[in-house]
Design a protein around this ligand. Structure first.
Ligand code: CAO
Length: 553
């Protein structure tokens, strides 16, 4: 029996795609056309079928490997046939769509999606989508009037082996969609008319239309920024030939991954049961509201724990804001999306209460200023936050339940004191962690804080530098404000919010004296902590900040 290498066939404008699923194993008997692996880019997922029947002798790829046209993926002991012609390859390779007359030859091997129609109107065409013919339009991702960016997906198409999004080759305003759901399209078909923002610099005049000419390939380069903790979500199987795999387009699966949504548990309400963006959003809302539990949550839920079902929340209001005035829609950053989902869960699931108090930091501030003067040469600047971290460790030691976490019906007390601090970054809120703050002095804490804050702003924090906190401080002291109600960073059970200190008249029993007062806002989980303990915690914190020598006691 001949051994045959099964190779990746022509997969269109996709240069390198990641293997996300192995559908067979050595020893399996496979039929011709049976899918062997699933690959995925940020715009498409597709299954690579076997070109012939036989027995799988060896898998040449593993999960995460990058493959491209011609890569050998499986060795098959064939049943007679010798050729390793990819089964999904048509008899002849599809001819690329007509390139714009003026496009340089170098741009031709892949798609030629760009053509200029009458006065500034640009035809957006289907680029090279590999060996796929007559693929069905299953989703329209934009509508006339929408402002479109280069690479923004316009439609999703689906064959029985793949679903992929067709991006726009140019920025502009969408004038007309030339396809509707259910239409069958092929390489070179016009799918939309775009009034191009860059119409004046259209390819006729531009000798280097590279970004427009290879939309799918260019999009791949931005594909590999997975959420570190995101669970792998299996690719969908159009037509549901393989039982149990969720049926969703690549962008929906990416969105689900970013939110950590287990796609297999989401009910699809799109055509043929396909999961839409809205389904993922509704699932997330239902989970956040406690109306639905994921299987992972259910497995972890304490015996007898309520699932919050029956909250009966009304749907999120849908408003066409454009009816009331001009609007601009901007995608939120990845960090904002992830932290938003966490904040929502924490806000909804924790019965949180906030106590406000003031600490007299007049003497501490004088000490801080003189410390900075003494240390001018060292380059280390001490801010009030470093003292607060140290003071909080002392308070956490005195009130250990503030340094605990809920685990089902038990409390886990931690004998380490790792303090997180909220850092404002251009991409959103990050919470780096000062590990073992109890063992560190103010100068070391200050130095680590400024290093971690810089890393946060530069987007260079590692997951390890953001994990393990037992308590968090959110300081707006450098900005302003009086009090606020911070949201607990689960699974912690309390968080301290700090605002800007101000000089205030304080009654000392005989007279009003000017004192520098620091506003504190302590939010705590009422399942673990009660109001009296919270008031004591704040009072003790105030005493320490009022006389820092107490830290030593
Ligand atoms: N009262 C008065 N002044 C204060 C103060 C306070 N409580 N806290 C800090 N300041 C002063 C500092 O002394 C510094 O003054 P100078 O410029 O005169 O030296 C100035 O404010 C700026 O401080 P900073 O913000 O650079 O340093 P920090 O150690 O206080 O904070 C960091 C560091 C990373 C926490 C901060 O930059 C930051 O990102 N804060 C925002 C956190 C946030 O967004 N929280 C909200 C979360 S909920 O959405």
């Amino acid at each position: 029996m001949a051994l045959v290498d099964i190779q990746v066939p022509d997969i269109g404008d996709f240069d390198e795609v990641a293997v996300i699923e192995l559908l067979v194993k050595p020893g399996d008997v496979v039929k011709a056309e049976q899918s062997l692996i699933t690959v995925e880019s940020d715009k498409a997922s597709m299954e690579i079928p076997s070109s012939q029947a036989g027995i799988v002798k060896e898998l040449k790829v593993k999960l995460g490997d990058k493959v491209k046209q011609g890569s050998v993926i499986v060795v098959i002991e064939g049943q007679g046939a010798q050729a390793a012609t990819p089964a999904i390859a048509p008899a002849s390779a599809p001819a690329p769509a007509a390139a714009p007359a003026s496009a340089p030859a170098a741009a031709a091997p892949v798609a030629a999606p760009l053509a200029v129609g009458p006065v500034g109107i640009i035809d957006i065409r289907v680029p090279d989508i590999g060996d796929f013919k007559d693929v069905a339009v299953i989703e329209l991702l934009a509508k006339p009037g929408d402002a479109i960016k280069v690479e923004q997906s316009l439609i999703t198409v689906e064959s029985d082996k793949a679903s992929m999004e067709i991006p726009s080759s140019t920025a502009g305003v969408l004038k007309e969609l030339k396809v509707k759901i259910g239409d069958k399209i092929n390489i070179g078909d016009v799918i939309a008319l775009m009034e191009g923002a860059a119409a004046a610099a259209a390819p006729a005049a531009a000798p280097s239309p590279a970004p427009a000419a290879q939309p799918a390939v260019a999009a791949l380069s931005s594909a590999s920024a997975p959420v570190a903790s995101a669970p792998a979500v299996p690719a969908h199987q159009p037509g549901a030939a393989t039982a149990g795999l969720p049926h969703a387009s690549p962008s929906v699966r990416k969105f689900a991954r970013e939110l950590g949504v287990p796609l297999a548990e989401v009910k699809g309400n799109g055509p043929k049961g396909r999961i839409t963006n809205e389904d993922v959003q509704n699932f997330t809302r239902a989970v956040m509201a406690g109306a639905v539990q994921t299987q992972a949550q259910a497995a972890k839920a304490p015996a007898g724990g309520g699932d919050g079902a029956g909250l009966g929340l009304i749907p999120w209001p849908k408003v066409d804001f454009a009816k009331f005035g001009p609007i601009e829609r901007k995608e939120m950053s990845r960090i904002k999306k992830i932290s938003g989902a966490n904040l929502l869960r924490n806000a909804v699931m924790i019965p949180a209460v906030t106590n406000h108090d003031d600490a007299d930091i007049t003497d501490l501030e004088a000490f801080r200023v003189s410390t900075n003067k003494d240390n001018e040469k060292s380059g280390i600047k001490v801010t009030m936050l470093a003292f607060l971290i140290k003071a909080c460790v002392a308070a956490l030691k005195k009130f250990p339940e503030f340094n605990s976490s809920l685990d089902g019906d038990a409390l886990v007390y931690k004998n380490y004191w790792h303090i997180g601090f909220a850092a404002d970054t251009p991409n959103g809120l990050m919470v780096p962690v000062i590990k073992d703050a109890d063992k560190k002095g103010i100068l070391q804490i200050s130095q680590e804080m400024s290093e971690l804050a810089k890393k946060a702003r530069d987007g260079k924090l590692s997951p390890a530098e953001m994990s393990g906190a037992t308590f968090t401080i959110s300081s707006l002291g450098g900005i302003g404000g009086r009090y606020f109600t911070p949201i607990i960073n689960a699974p912690e059970v309390a968080i301290l919010g700090v605002c800007k200190s101000t000089m205030e008249p304080v009654w000392n029993g005989k007279e009003f004296v000017p004192r520098l007062m620091l506003p504190l806002s302590l939010t705590w989980d009422h399942r673990v902590i009660d109001g009296a303990a919270a008031a004591r915690f704040n009072a003790y914190l105030g005493q320490i900040l009022g006389d820092f020598r107490r830290v030593l006691l």
